[in-house]
Ligand binder design. Structure first.
Ligand code: 1HN
Length: 351
C-alpha cells in the first residue's frame, strides 16, 4: 500500500492558508478514515461486572432522590469511545437503572428507541402507551420512539434493569429530544396486549392490523423466552438462538437495534461469526466465558460473564462463548446494530 503524504510534509504557510478558508487536505487522513481491509473500531472489548455496579447503584439511591434524577441510571461507558460520550458502541447506549420501592419515574417520550432488560427485583412496572408491563427478571420491554412511558414500583426491594437505547446514533444525527407528559391512565383492557401474541404462529384476530401503532408487542416475558429456548434445546440444538421480532411483520422488534436470546447448553461452546455490528451480551441466568478473535489471529479472552454481568465487543470479530457449568444451561440477552446496518446496506458477516 502506498505511503501517503503527511500534514507536516506541507509548508506551514500552506496549511494555515487552507485552514483560514475552512479547508483541509484529504490525503494525510485518508488511511485513518478508511483503513485497509477492516475498520479500526473505537469500541473496546469491555466487561461491566454487576458486583461492581450494584453497590454503586444502591449508593446512588441514597445520594440522589428520584426527583433529582428523573431516571436514576449509571451509564455503562465504553472507554474506547471516552467515558463522557455515553456510548457502549457506535449506536448503543447502555445503562443500569435503579428504582426503589414507592418511587416513580414520570411519563415522558423521546426520539431514541429504548428497551429494558429486567435484572433484579419484583413489583415494578413500566406503562407504555397505557399498557402496564409488570417487570420480571429477564423480561424485555420495548419503549419505541415517540411512545409515552413511565416507571413505578409497588414492591419491597430495589428493582434494577438494563436500558439499551440507540441514543448515540440519534444524538449524532442531531435528532435527540424528549417531551414530558402527564401520568398515563393504565388501560384496563388495552387494545395491544403483548401477552396475546405469545402463542407462536398465532396472533389475536381482534387486534391484528387494527391498531395504529407499528409496535403491537411491547412486553416479551422471560418465562416464554426461556420456554422457547428450552424447547429448541430439547429438539437437539445445543445452542439455541432466538430473535425478538415484531410478531406482525416478522422483522426485528425495533428499527435500529436487534435483540436476541441465546441458550448455551451445559458445558457447550458457541461461536458467533464475525459481523459488521458491535455486540452486547448480558447474562440472564448462569455464566459464560467470553473470548473474541480477528480472522487469522489468536483468541483474546475477555473474561467470565457472571450472572447479570454485561459485555460489549466491537464489530468484525468472531465471538467465542463457552458455558463452564456442566450441569446448567446459560441464558444470555444479546443486542446488536445489525438491523441498522442492513437498512444502510452495510451489514457484513465473515467466516
Ligand atoms: C430514558 O428515557 C430512560 O425512560 C432510561 O427509563 C435511560 C437514557 C437516555 C435518555 C433517555 C427511561 C435513558 C432515557
Amino acid at each position: 500500500m502506498t505511503d501517503l503524504g503527511r500534514l507536516d510534509d506541507l509548508p506551514q504557510a500552506y496549511v494555515d492558508a487552507l485552514r483560514a478558508h475552512n479547508l483541509l487536505p484529504l490525503w494525510p487522513s485518508l488511511r485513518a478514515v478508511m483503513p485497509a481491509d477492516r475498520p479500526s473500531p473505537r469500541t473496546a472489548a469491555t466487561l461491566w461486572r454487576y458486583s461492581d455496579i450494584r453497590p454503586l447503584l444502591i449508593e446512588a439511591g441514597r445520594l440522589t432522590p428520584i426527583e433529582k434524577a428523573e431516571r436514576r441510571v449509571l451509564v455503562l461507558a465504553n472507554p474506547g469511545h471516552g467515558l463522557d460520550r455515553m456510548q457502549a458502541s457506535p449506536s448503543m447506549y447502555l445503562g443500569m437503572q435503579l428504582l426503589l420501592p414507592g418511587e416513580w419515574a414520570p411519563a415522558h417520550r423521546h426520539t431514541p428507541n429504548a428497551v429494558r432488560m429486567v435484572v433484579e427485583g419484583d413489583g415494578a412496572y413500566t406503562t407504555v402507551e397505557g399498557e402496564r408491563c409488570e417487570m420480571k427478571r429477564g423480561d424485555l420491554i420495548l419503549t419505541p420512539t415517540g411512545l409515552w412511558h413511565e416507571h413505578g414500583h409497588e414492591g419491597k426491594a430495589p428493582v434494577v434493569w438494563l436500558d439499551v437505547l440507540d441514543l448515540p446514533l440519534v444524538y449524532y444525527l442531531e435528532t435527540s429530544y424528549h417531551e414530558a407528559g402527564p401520568t398515563q391512565v393504565a388501560n384496563k383492557n388495552p387494545l395491544r396486549r403483548s401477552s396475546a401474541y405469545h402463542a407462536s404462529g398465532l396472533a389475536p384476530t381482534k387486534y391484528l392490523k387494527r391498531h395504529t401503532s407499528q409496535y403491537p408487542m411491547l412486553h416479551y416475558a422471560y418465562e416464554k423466552t426461556r420456554q422457547s429456548l428450552d424447547r429448541l434445546a430439547s429438539q437437539g440444538e445445543a445452542n439455541a438462538l432466538l430473535t425478538f421480532i415484531n410478531p406482525e411483520t416478522g422483522s426485528d422488534a425495533l428499527q435500529m437495534l436487534g435483540f436476541y436470546a441465546l441458550r448455551i447448553g451445559p458445558g457447550q461452546h458457541c461461536r458467533l461469526p464475525a459481523q459488521s455490528s458491535a455486540m452486547v451480551m448480558h447474562a440472564i441466568e448462569g455464566c459464560c466465558d467470553v473470548g473474541w478473535s480477528i480472522a487469522g489471529q489468536s483468541e483474546t479472552n475477555l473474561g467470565r460473564l457472571d450472572l447479570a454481568d454485561t459485555a460489549c465487543l466491537p464489530g468484525y470479530v468472531s465471538i467465542h462463548l463457552s458455558n463452564p457449568n456442566a450441569d446448567e444451561a446459560c441464558y444470555l440477552f444479546l443486542a446488536d446494530e445489525s438491523p441498522l446496518h442492513r437498512k444502510l446496506g452495510l451489514h457484513e458477516t465473515r467466516a
